[in-house]
Write a new protein. Sequence first.
Length: 175
Amino acid sequence: MWTALTNTTATGNNIEHNGGGYFAKGQSQQTLSGPGYFEWRYDGEYCVVGLGNNNDESPSTGSSDLDFAFIGDATSYAVREQGVYKSDGSAVAGDVFRIEIASNGDIIYKKNGQTVYTTSNPNKGYPYYLVFKTQEAAGNGISAAVVQTGTPSSPLTALFEWVDLLMLVWATSFC
């Protein structure tokens, strides 16, 4: 899953700082060239995770070289686009973050399945890969990183499951 490693150790879908230097970085081998998303579980330590596209992202804690990014620390996250602040909120270890490119071109930022920020159809520079950056402490990392290409599942799927559940409850209440 991971390549272009600098002071990081990658195992499967997990990546973490290995203590080899102050800054650490890695990028995914998988890319997005249209609708899809990158998603990962946050470990509660400082990191910058976002979409890069030039293979020139520096091992640093800056986000200006990432088009779309989350920055996380022990208790919060911030959304940044090319380093520019967009939004923020609380975060804890175990939260699942996602940066999604919707079929209409919107960039949707999610935490635990809930949208926390959306940018309407910004300019994009495909293909994108996921970039992980952190500093200083060995062990800072993310886990269970995944990529999904193509249009994410329709929100109607969940609606139909909900309707089916209500019909089941209604039908069994009359038996």
